[in-house]
Design a protein around this ligand. Structure first.
Ligand SMILES: [Zn+2]
Length: 685
């Protein structure tokens, strides 16, 4: 399913009063620790070593951590919901009926094997019938309208000058490997990945019989697609360039777009999307890329573009066809790229698909059964305490003038907070689910989502919309609505334990809340004003100070080791790519620690040691436990190349030495591996 949302900054990668007569727990599970290691030497191993030993990687995971463990549990809950829905007599066309039908058709392995590539073939025949450049363009329109996007992406997002308004965005895309560097550099495993990708395409063209349909050998088709994608990759921005909100907002009228990229028929495109009348202007996020797409449309030979469209079509369908397609896909994207050894069982894959297609319908049932009202009110209190603490931290920032502080407070005051689940649920009555084929339902679901997305463009932004479902184990900040959101599924242990003393809750969910709040003031978020517009509200001096102070985090994460593997080599972190997330972790730790001290002064935190740990120690142990995880080398490499988040180990061992209170809580001294000299610690929030 194709849901793009660029601006939101996510967490992944997760209280006080005790019930009378019920002794609170410390929130620290001794089984998670590895006490054979000194906390001053390797805090991650000390705090998470027991967890890592007790939760070894199984064949279907390339990474398994606290977030993944909760996500697995959520998936079992969803399966139980689907089972109970399926067991009922559902009115035909009801959402329950759609959930049951889609799940059953995805689970019907015999029918899938028997159908083979058949559900895909009408779409390939469409592409094979292309004879002219006019036909090619028409096919691009048809595919984009269905939610499959060759050459570039297209979606609705906030107008950065008027964040209340949703406008169209054209964005770089069209690469099967996702990131330009896979095509262009020999870093890490990239040469093997390129070779494997060509083999995957060759295999898929054969499985789908597109080689015989087109009368061109599969290997030749694959080679021409690889050449074209490599050319597109050369004009892609890097991930770091795409983190710049100003550089990626380039308003164009349709006439200006036609001047920039004359071989793209923008008017025809907007007309086909039903947007021609309402569009005054739209964003071309990477103008240089669209200049290249324009040239590609004019000078690439028609057979190559047909092969490329066919590959996009096969790739989009491959997870919903017979096992030979699914396995070829997994061999490459699962095994080779991310180091997974075994496919997830069918029920998990199908549950994810139903969740992707009707997430809010499942979410509604999920919260009815699994989200106590008390959890919501406890969270509201915690969030309010964290907002207060961030306000205090802003006042304490000695590098910032009062003018900018006043503006920062104004931004905090307008924050929109979402907890648990939306007040209004999405309507799925327009989605058609029928017992024809699994893939035909996916096509209809993608079309339904595309209709939904298009219906939002050139209209006011719906501030009540949620960008995650309640059953998602994650959290986000969205700068254009200035909102933080905590779905129900993250509001459970080890993030949030209603039975535990608050010190551990402040270390876990408190830091998650502080992290999301800080995104509003990180290197990207600070460029948005309280209304979510991209507008500079900083004095020049304060902006200079901020930019100088953030360098400590760039340096720390540039020099940390992400992976040291005999096969894949030595790789360091990427301080620029992960900067926003590292600022958010750093701010989250400081803000939540202060919130804990505030709560302690109000006797909401037990000031005494519990299970041998002081409140400060419980806070930092609970923080580390959130990032407990095992990871395979290929997955560590893949994430280091592409993810804006640092790896779990570094979110603990590199992030914590930045925080003086941590060093004091565990008696870390100069000469200890966890020590960081005071002048190297970031002073931000
Ligand atoms: Zn984040």
């Amino acid at each position: 399913m194709n849901k793009t949302l660029l601006t939101i900054a996510t967490m992944t990668l997760a209280a006080a009063a005790c019930t009378p007569g019920n002794k609170p727990l410390s929130g620290i599970d001794p089984a998670n620790l590895d006490t054979t290691v000194r906390p001053q030497d390797d805090f991650y191993q000390y705090a998470c070593g027991g967890w890592m030993k007790n939760n070894p990687l199984d064949a279907e995971h390339s990474r398994f951590g606290t977030f993944d463990k909760l996500a697995e549990t959520a998936q079992e809950v969803l399966r139980a919901i689907i089972d109970s829905v399926s067991a009922m007599q559902n009115a035909p066309g009801s959402v329950a009926d759609k959930i049951a039908t889609l799940y059953n058709i995805g689970m019907d392995s015999a029918a899938l094997q028997q159908q083979g590539a058949a559900p895909l073939m009408p779409y390939l025949e469409e592409i094979n019938a292309i004879q002219s450049r006019a036909d090619l363009w028409q096919q691009l329109l048809v595919m984009h309208r269905r939610g499959n996007h060759p050459l570039f992406s297209f979606f609705g997002e906030a107008d950065k000058d008027d964040a209340n308004q949703c406008i169209a965005w054209a964005y770089q895309g069209g690469l099967g490997l996702g990131d330009r560097d896979y095509y262009l550099t020999d870093e890490g495993n990239n040469p093997a990945i390129r070779k494997g990708y060509v083999e995957l395409m060759t295999k898929m063209f054969t499985l789908a019989s597109y080689d015989s349909l087109a009368g061109i050998p599969a290997a030749n088709l694959a080679a021409s697609v690889m050449n074209l994608e490599t050319r597109l990759a050369r004009s892609h921005n890097t991930r770091i360039q795409n983190r710049d909100p100003q550089a990626t907002f380039n308003r164009h009228t349709l006439d200006q777009a036609a001047t920039l990229a004359p071989n793209i028929d923008w008017r025809g495109y907007f007309a086909h999307m039903g947007l021609l009348d309402g569009t005054k202007s739209f964003n071309i996020a990477q103008p240089k890329y669209f200049e290249e797409v324009s040239r590609v449309l004019a000078d690439t030979d028609i057979p190559t573009l047909k092969a490329y469209f066919a590959w996009r079509q096969i790739s989009a369908a491959s997870s919903y066809l017979s096992d030979d397609f699914v396995e070829a896909n997994f061999d490459f994207y699962g095994r080779l790229m991310s180091g997974r050894e075994q496919m997830r069982p069918r029920w998990k894959r199908v549950t994810s698909v139903v969740d992707g297609a009707m997430g809010e319908a499942l979410g509604q049932l999920y919260v009815e059964r699994h989200f106590p009202a008390e959890a919501k009110s406890r969270m509201q209190t915690l969030v309010a305490n964290l907002i207060t603490a961030l306000g205090q931290r802003i006042d304490m920032a000695d590098w910032m003038t009062d003018t900018t502080k006043t503006a920062a407070h104004a931004k905090l005051a307008t924050l929109l907070v979402k907890i648990g689940y939306p007040d209004r649920w999405r309507d799925y009555s327009g989605l058609e689910i029928k017992p024809d084929s699994y893939y035909a339902n996916i096509v209809r679901s993608d079309l339904f989502d595309m209709d939904y997305m298009l219906s939002k463009i050139n209209r006011p932004v719906d501030r009540d919309e949620w960008y995650m479902t309640p059953q998602t184990v994650n959290a986000y900040y969205n700068p254009t609505t200035n909102e933080i959101c905590f779905p129900a599924a993250i509001l459970q242990p080890p993030f949030f334990d209603m039975q535990a003393d608050e010190a551990a809750n402040y270390g876990a969910i408190g830091v998650v809340i502080g992290h999301e709040l800080t995104h509003g003031l990180d290197d990207q978020g600070r460029k948005y004003d309280p209304q979510g517009n991209l507008r500079d509200w900083w004095t020049e001096q304060d902006a200079d100070n901020f930019n100088r102070n953030k360098q400590a985090l760039i340096d720390a994460f540039d020099s940390c080791i992400a992976l040291d593997d005999p096969e894949l080599g030595l790789h360091h972190g990427n301080g620029q790519l992960t900067l926003g997330e590292n600022i958010a972790d750093n701010g989250g730790l400081h803000v939540s620690y202060l919130a804990m001290l505030n709560a302690m002064s109000q006797k909401q935190v037990n000031p005494d040691p519990m299970d041998g740990f002081t409140p400060a120690q419980r806070f930092f142990l609970a923080y580390a436990a959130v990032w407990a995880s095992n990871i395979r080398p290929k997955a560590a490499l893949q994430l280091t190349q592409t993810d804006v988040h640092s790896l779990g180990r570094n979110r603990v061992n590199v992030a914590l030495p930045q925080v003086t209170e941590f060093l004091e809580a565990f008696g870390v001294e100069e000469g200890d591996p966890m020590w960081l000299a005071p002048e190297k610690r970031a002073r931000l929030w």
